[in-house]
Design a protein around this ligand. Structure first.
Ligand SMILES: Nc1ncnc2c1ncn2[C@@H]1O[C@H](COP(=O)(O)OP(=O)(O)OP(=O)(O)O)[C@@H](O)[C@H]1O
Length: 329
């Protein structure tokens, strides 16, 4: 598959504080990639590197199969557009802001206006042209920044936590826009999110980032604790682990690998707990149940199993999973 980016042995630190250590990462061209991770994982730092706004301390980045050199940065910045989490807008009107990127690219007034108006319509801001950016809400500001980035039609659209300020209607609109940007024009989108479900639902590929490193695990059920003699102790729950390592502080349980049963299970699973249903909700076309077993565990299952087990908030239920459903790092 053609890669938009390939990162090798990449290191980035803020002063002496390491923020990213990525051995290898390939981001496919013409696809939507989600970078999923909790607060402070390094998502914004990674997007800033991909936008060529900051330089790695070590390692290599290839952009569309070409190794990137320092002197390439100004030209590359024009091929990539980043919508920041808290975008900086210039004082003035919405249309002034949306036209900015086009102006910097030397695009003439008439075409500039046409493309800016088109980008504004796509983000649901038609009619806002003359509004002062000072009078806008957080979600409107984010959509102005999105229109500003979209108007020059960058080859790669990078989007840092796109849904933070958006209500449900605008979240759907931006999801569609991201999807169309890739499907209709073959461009590449990379977005960051701390919401595992949203990341998985909207993307073709996803990568999980934790403490600056890529991890090969879903981060939905992430616990901090200590591992000793094959048992990881979170302080509230003891989880059996199959990996024979000791120097780890975090554990995840794959929400797809957790089984539920109304009777004590007789399945040979090494982790069996009794818990109580806290919440039932929808998650990327499946059902997500939160069960309190000392820690709150997120379980993804089907509507059928909810019905057959008669699950509802407050109901007691058995939870089991294999040691192999658990990853530690
Ligand atoms: N300008 C900076 N100076 C020093 N440390 C920084 C700076 N920016 C980020 N960091 C640190 O680098 C790490 C990664 O931060 P980053 O903003 O990339 O994470 P994130 O995953 O985007 O987090 P969030 O979801 O909270 O936005 C954090 O520990 C953060 O405190």
């Amino acid at each position: 598959m053609n890669s938009a980016y390939r990162l090798e042995h990449l290191v980035f630190a803020y002063g002496d504080k390491p923020a990213l250590l990525i051995d290898h990462l390939a981001i496919p061209a013409g696809r939507i990639t989600a970078v999923i991770g909790p607060n402070g994982a390094g998502k914004s730092t990674l997007l800033n590197l991909l936008a060529f706004l900051i330089r790695a301390d070590a390692g290599e980045i290839c952009f569309f199969n070409r190794p990137v050199k320092g002197e390439d940065f100004p030209a590359l910045r024009r091929r990539v557009g980043l919508v920041a989490q808290n975008p900086y807008l210039l004082q003035g009107s919405v249309i002034d802001n949306v036209e900015l990127g086009l102006k910097l690219r030397g695009i003439g007034k008439v075409q500039r206006r046409r493309r800016a108006m088109d980008a504004m319509a796509r983000v649901g801001l038609a009619g806002f042209e003359k509004c002062s950016v000072r009078a806008l809400s957080g979600g409107e500001r984010q959509r102005v920044a999105l229109a500003r980035t979209l108007a020059p039609e960058p080859e790669v659209l990078l989007f840092d936590e796109p849904f933070t300020y958006l209500d449900q209607g605008h979240t759907r609109l931006v999801e569609r826009l991201i999807s169309d940007y890739v499907r209709k024009s073959g461009k590449t989108v990379v977005f960051s999110t701390h919401e595992q479900a949203q990341g998985a639902m909207l993307s073709d590929e996803s990568v999980s980032l934790f403490a600056g490193r890529l991890v090969d695990a879903s981060l939905v059920n992430l616990f901090h604790g200590r591992l000793q003699n094959g048992v990881f102790d979170t302080g509230k729950l003891a989880i059996r682990v199959s990996e024979a390592v000791e120097q780890v502080s975090y554990l995840t349980v794959d929400p797809e690998e957790i089984l539920l049963s109304s009777e004590p299970p007789n399945s040979g699973h090494r982790n069996v707990f009794r818990g109580r249903v806290v919440m039932i909700g929808e998650d990327a076309g499946k059902v997500r149940i939160i069960i309190d077993v000392g820690e709150k565990l997120s379980v993804r299952t089907s509507l059928e199993s909810i019905r057959s087990l008669g699950l509802e908030p407050g109901k007691e239920i058995w939870v089991c999973f294999k040691a192999a459903a658990v990853k530690v790092f």
